[in-house]
Design a protein around this ligand. Structure first.
Ligand code: BEZ
Ligand code: FE
Length: 285
């Protein structure tokens, strides 16, 4: 059988599939996979390596580690999916990757709390509002935040070194849509490289770094939930994020402030970094 016939035959075996969407998806998957093989013409050894690689990716997955998502992230697939699934009206805050370090059940904390339990790193005040599309404040919105430390690590990566739930919290906006918290300035960090995806990045001559960022997951009744980041302006990895997740509208100033009155109000030393950003949610239909 020639090349072409094998592909045609594989596609014809979908004829009895009575789920039209599944049929559409699998037609595309088979067509593109066959296309890769026809274009690349792998040797037996290369094909075995490909299967071994995917097997390793599977073996690295468990409740705490999702190497397939990391593979999708580092091949730009996650951000491609984001462009397809997260089409937002103009004026609505843009989304970006969730990443593997979100934890359910972070502590619900009041306005102004310092989420850096050991208060190391450079002190930072983050404030903002959650708004609806018509720019009206949303009271009672949930603002779930998490971030890497000044050392570029999440608490879950080294639980023996960092306090539990360090640099994580859930806030609720006040009647003016406001939220605010103190923290330490996040640092850039490499995505996990101890597994097969790390080996792949090395073989491809790629670095694993993500620019420093804060993570936000924001939800409110009658609005579409938003998963996004705020990136630190000036970070050296903004142009080459290992997971291609930077959007210009999400890059913000961490400006140095010497405001003693505000520092006292939030029990911060001066100087401290200050970030102010509003998030706009799309209305749910
Ligand atoms: C993160 O920002 O936490 C992240 C996103 C994608 C891959 C690895 C980490
Ligand atoms: Fe992150």
């Amino acid at each position: 059988m020639d090349n072409h016939k094998i592909t045609e035959d594989a596609l014809s075996r979908l004829n009895n599939c009575d789920d039209p969407r599944l049929k559409e998806v699998m037609t595309s998957v088979i067509t593109h996979l066959h296309g890769v093989v026809k274009e690349v013409e792998p040797t037996d050894e290369e094909w075995r390596q490909a299967i071994d690689f995917l097997t390793q990716v599977g073996h690295w997955c468990d409740d705490r580690r999702q190497e397939f998502i990391l593979l999708s992230d580092t091949l730009g697939v996650t951000m491609l999916v984001d462009t397809v699934t997260q089409r937002k009206p103009k004026g609505v805050t843009e989304s970006t990757v969730l990443g593997p370090f979100h934890v359910q059940g972070a502590p619900k904390l009041p306005f102004g709390t310092n989420i850096s339990k050991d208060q190391t790193g450079e002190p930072t005040l983050v404030t903002g509002r959650v708004l609806s599309q018509n720019k009206l404040p949303i009271a009672g919105a949930t603002v779930d935040v998490w971030q890497a430390s000044a050392q570029g690590l999440y608490d879950v990566q080294e639980p023996e070194r960092f306090p539990d739930m360090n640099l994580r919290a859930v806030f609720h906006t006040d009647k003016n849509g406001r939220f605010g918290f103190c923290t330490e300035k996040p640092a850039s960090y490499p995505v996990p490289t101890d597994g097969p995806v790390g080996t792949m990045l090395k073989a491809l001559g790629r670095h694993a770094w993500r620019p420093a960022h804060l993570h936000f997951m924001i939800s409110a009744e009658q609005h579409i939930s938003l998963t996004t980041h705020l990136f630190v302006k000036g970070d050296p990895y903004l142009e080459s994020d290992a997971v291609q997740a930077v959007k210009d509208s999400l890059i913000v100033d961490f400006s140095l402030s010497h405001d003693n009155a505000e520092a006292d109000q939030f029990r911060l030393p001066t100087p401290y970094y200050k970030v102010q950003e509003d998030f706009v949610l799309a209305t749910a239909n």
